[in-house]
Design a binder for this molecule. Structure first.
Ligand SMILES: [Zn+2]
Length: 454
């Protein structure tokens, strides 16, 4: 196999990563038009230049997962001693930049200790991990629990307060509720028949959602608009996803990989039918793992692990699918004054788009997804206040459409179109004069005026 010069290697990496990132940075109705051509060109470069195992790892590491999914060579084992050695090797690294990316080794050992009720022993490892990754609120929560156990109540409370304020993960928040003297929020009521006397915002949860976030959204909407706002718990079990990154990535790369001489030789020796690998995704993955195991066990482990994550995380639902699904679920319950807005953590898309933040059918219903507003999705520290602000702006945008309004173009308004998440962040958490007055008139309400509006 020819050797790559490091420049060529780097520029290739940049291109591959950029092509994967396109999907993340583009918004709404934009589609990557030259993607197919560009990718097949990349495939040709790959075919000539890279060893197969390297290719497989690159392909699946370039997928737009969260940061956690990108760790390589991170094998979980029941062997405590091995976990301990791996954790301590990271702790003794002099260079923090390298160590930060390996911090999962420390967390793996902490998880092992925690599962075996050795919380106090875990403390020094948690502190070492947090010195490299201080915004990991799950382990901040665990440290708070240990501190409380050791009688350091003030420090435990301070840490727990930050976790409560920032964490976007309901399970993490649940860990520290007791330390803060807070109760777990009561579950939302299931969908039921309610006749509202006046227009009422009905937030319907779709699938597994963050209850604290949705409750905060509920309060923010009613404070802002003066409209009664209720949350109803919608369907937990969802239809299967319409798109799966797992499937599409395999489809995209399979031809190139199967055409490589090393792979062909392996298939011939192992008497594996290449035709079957072309149609059976699972068999393709398992075969590639076996192929990688011959020369590089760590690469095989990483590949297998990343494929598992791909199956779990990179799924998308068509707006129409979830819309039809909730219409069916509420058809016997909804009445005239329902302003129905579904809220989901599922990633949404529409025809001709990589993804959408939301979809609306005017005078009928809307669905908002907060998946792409989350810190983990964007490789940012979690920050629930920021997440809520993003979700609320999306609500304002969608709520106008739901009530039959057209798209606003005034830049100081939550209802303008953002091409990127950065543009979405740039929008204010209020409506411009025109949008506010139109909505006031339509719903006979009086929406909060920002200070500067006259
Ligand atoms: Zn406006």
């Amino acid at each position: 196999m020819p050797k790559l010069s490091s420049n060529l290697h780097n520029s290739f990496l940049m291109r591959l990563l950029r092509s994967a990132r396109n999907d993340k940075t583009m918004s709404g109705h934009v589609i990557a038009r030259n993607e197919v051509t560009k990718q097949s060109h990349i495939c040709r470069i790959l075919q000539v230049l890279l060893p197969v195992y390297f290719l497989l790892i690159l392909v699946f590491c370039a997928m737009p997962f969260t940061a956690n999914a990108l760790s390589i060579g991170n094998t979980v084992s029941d062997d405590a001693a091995r976990l301990k050695v791996a954790a301590e090797s990271v702790m003794t690294q002099a260079n923090n930049v390298t160590a930060s990316s390996d911090v999962d080794h420390i967390w793996n050992y902490v998880d092992h200790l925690w599962a075996n009720d050795q919380q106090i022993e875990a403390k020094q490892y948690i502190e070492a991990g947090l010195s490299l990754a201080p915004f990991n609120y799950k382990y901040q929560a665990k440290l708070a629990l240990i501190l409380a156990k050791q009688g350091n109540n003030a420090e435990a409370f301070d840490r727990a307060s930050i976790v409560y304020q920032k964490s976007e993960d309901p399970a993490t928040v649940k860990l520290i509720l007791g330390l803060l003297g807070k109760d777990d929020a009561a579950p939302f009521k299931p969908v039921e028949k309610i006749e509202f006397a006046s227009p009422t915002v009905v937030l319907l949860t779709i699938g597994d959602i963050n209850p604290l976030l949705v409750k905060e959204l509920q309060h923010k909407i009613s404070d802002f608009s003066g409209l009664a706002t209720v949350v109803l718990s919608g369907p937990q079990v969802l239809p299967p996803p319409d798109r799966s990154y797992f499937k599409s990535e395999i489809k995209r790369m399979r031809g190139t990989i199967l055409a490589m001489p090393e792979v062909s030789a392996y298939l011939a020796t192992s008497k594996i039918d290449a035709a079957e690998l072309r149609t059976n995704d699972e068999m393709f993955v398992q075969t590639m793992i076996k192929f990688l195991e011959q020369s590089n066990q760590a690469a095989a482990d990483s590949f297998g692990k990343n494929m598992q994550l791909a199956k779990l995380r990179a799924q998308q639902w068509k707006y129409d699918t979830l819309r039809d699904y909730i219409i069916e679920k509420v058809k016997n319950f909804r009445s005239q004054n329902w302003l129905l807005v579904g809220v989901t953590e599922c990633d949404l898309f529409m025809e001709d788009s990589n993804y959408v933040f939301a979809g609306t059918n005017p005078h009928a219903q809307a669905i908002i997804s907060y998946k792409r507003f989350m810190g983990d999705f964007n490789n940012e520290p979690q920050n629930r206040k920021r997440l809520l602000a993003r979700l609320f702006k999306q609500f304002l945008s969608v709520f106008g459409f739901l009530n039959g309004m057209i798209r606003c173009t005034f830049p100081d308004c939550a209802r303008v179109f953002p091409r990127t998440l950065a543009e979405h962040d740039e929008k204010p958490e209020h409506l411009c004069n025109d949008c506010r007055q139109t909505l006031d008139k339509l719903l006979k309400i009086s929406i909060q005026k920002p200070e500067k509006q006259r």
